[in-house]
Design a protein around this ligand. Sequence first.
Ligand code: SF4
Length: 350
Amino acid sequence: MEKIITRQIRVGRVKIGGGAPVSIQSMTKTDTRDVSATVRQIKGLEKAGCGIVRVAIKDFEAASAIKAIKRKINLPLVADIHFDYRLALCAIENGADKIRLNPGNIYKENEIKEVVRLAKKKKISIRVGANSGSIRDRGQGARGKERSTVEGMVKSVMDYIKILERMDFYDIIVSLKASDVVSTIGAYKLFSKKSKYPLHLGITAAGPVSTGIVKSAIGIGSLLLDGIGDTIRVSLTGDPLEEVIAAKNILQALNLRNFGPEIISCPTCGRCQVDLQNIAEQISSRLKGQGRKEQIKIAIMGCEVNGPGEAKEADIGIACGKGSGVIFKKGKIVKRVKEKDIVKELLKEL
Ligand code: SF4
């Protein structure tokens, strides 16, 4: 995969674009005005591997709460603004590291300019974040002319960017999210042909955890495979920790980032004669508990069909047989162990 190199911007201490590692974002689901609940959630997200966090700013109390939240967190904070540009001004004054503006509902040029002026003064970036559900055709004006096509989304964002560029503002990041995976991919691809601004990837309103992860993995994953995308957010109707875990899994599956040991385990079938699911789960949770970060592959295989081959190719692995298994390390047999000792012995060898 050949990465498309975009312009680099910063969100707090995190670099986005220009060849920087693809960063993970998530969004809190608390009421931002509730500082302690929001801080608690942000700390949990940071511990899980989130790099940038976004909070919803629905009123001035939420925008003002940014100051107290920022004092207690380490992650760069993005203020999500809709409808009222004055909320963006208030969020910037209170320390937001980036502002997300929606071209669909903050579109008056004089209002945009006020936000840009302050963002420039405070040296923070702006995400032009289009959603298919709120596209507005600036050329034609009226709300009734809203379009949600790929071209419409891209045009809406390009027109918006021109306003920012006319003010010599270039610390811009762009998102073009549709709830439909194919349209989202099309919009990002079209935009990346026209512009070098960094891209925030995501499938908006992707749905509950199980389907949302599939949609996000396809949408975000296929764009990343084409070298497109500088930061990602997996949107799920569920715990935001799941968003971060899914994002990490997407990046690790594409060898773009490493978040620790990778388990390769077979699905099991009628040939399997050990409780492989239990073995894989135990190894996985014990490794997480140890907080290991090495980039190693651990193969946990149910029988002799693919077991020895996979176990040999991994850094360490086990190929199971009837009530027992053979541990391989860097392709060489290390020992044969009974089923009850597999977890213990594998961890010992690790
Ligand atoms: S490795 Fe063996 S047990 Fe696992 S799925 Fe393949 S054939 Fe079945």
